[in-house]
Design a protein around this ligand. Structure first.
Ligand SMILES: [Fe+2]
Ligand SMILES: [Fe+2]
Length: 287
């Protein structure tokens, strides 16, 4: 079994210092095999914000897959936005725009969906779709395949009009032959999960989609700061949503997803929420 810590939207420039330190403590205790950081590392892509984000990521002593988000492209500096949109990302974070990790159990690829031509939304290019297919086609079938983007493939529950990553269905169809298992994204600052079939009905096989909230920033949307712990079995995925409770992160919700013989993911039978005394109470899943 492998453990991925899924951290998103850390937004240096709007970081809550106590929460950022709490996240480091939680990750140190969790000892994940891999930390996925799904974009929006900064608030406005400024030098100081990037410097702080880079220094913070260096304090996470685990293997990482990092992708940029729309906030990591300068918004008001038009010259930089169009000529060198991710120069500071390259300088302070990484040059690798398609980070890839593979072992005997999991293969994880990150791609950049942030674009200079749009302020908020993102998309996947056809050449990136080919890259996804090429990378994962070379991975054995029994290895669990994870794609990381900043922009989401699935809207939050009950909010079907929220803009998703551009070209999503085309890309998912293009890469169907390589049997993706899991999509990890951020951007909406909301924690939820579901199967790709709820949106992309033309796909032969459902892909599990997991969204992370904002881990460390004050840009919360009616939800606490959060990050995901994902345990991969690989026919069974356990998602533990960890919420900030004022003094540290604790498990707020646990969901189990089982891969079924029809080629899709069963939705969770039941979710749990941690009560004030740490007891787990039954709760409607996915909410
Ligand atoms: Fe964000
Ligand atoms: Fe974003």
């Amino acid at each position: 079994m492998k453990t991925i810590a899924h951290v998103s939207d850390i937004h240096f420039g709007r970081v809550i210092p106590d929460v950022a330190e709490g996240l480091l403590r939680s990750l140190a205790a969790m000892k994940p095999d891999l930390v996925v950081v799904s974009g929006d590392l900064t608030q406005r892509a400024r030098n100081g914000q990037y410097r702080a984000a880079g220094a913070y990521l260096k304090r996470i002593p685990f293997r990482k897959i990092v992708v940029p988000g729309n906030h990591d492209v300068p918004l008001y500096d038009v010259t930089r936005r169009f000529l060198r949109p991710l120069a500071r990302y390259h300088r302070y974070i990484t040059d690798d725009m398609a980070p890839f990790y593979q072992d005997d159990e999991i293969a994880v690829l990150g791609i950049n969906t942030a674009r200079s031509l749009t302020f908020k939304n993102g998309r996947i290019s056809l050449s990136q779709a080919e890259l996804i297919r090429d990378r994962f086609s070379a991975v054995p079938d029994n290895v669990f395949k994870v794609l990381v983007t900043h922009h989401p493939f699935l809207p939050p529950p009950g909010k079907k009009r929220m803009p998703l990553v551009g070209r999503a269905e085309t890309v998912l169809r293009m890469v169907e032959s390589c049997r993706l298992d899991l999509l990890l994204s951020g951007h909406f600052h909301m924690s939820y999960a579901g199967g790709s079939h709820s949106v992309y009905r033309s796909l032969a096989r459902s892909v599990l989609v997991v969204q992370a909230g904002t881990a460390t920033s004050s840009r919360i949307r009616k939800e606490a700061n959060a990050f995901n712990q994902i345990l991969i079995d690989p026919a069974r995925v356990t998602l533990k949503v960890n919420n900030w409770n004022g003094g540290g992160f604790g498990v707020e919700r646990i969901e189990h997803y089982t891969y079924n013989s029809q080629g899709g993911w069963d939705l969770p039978a039941v979710g749990f929420v941690a009560g004030p005394d740490g007891a787990l109470d039954r709760k409607e899943p996915g909410r």
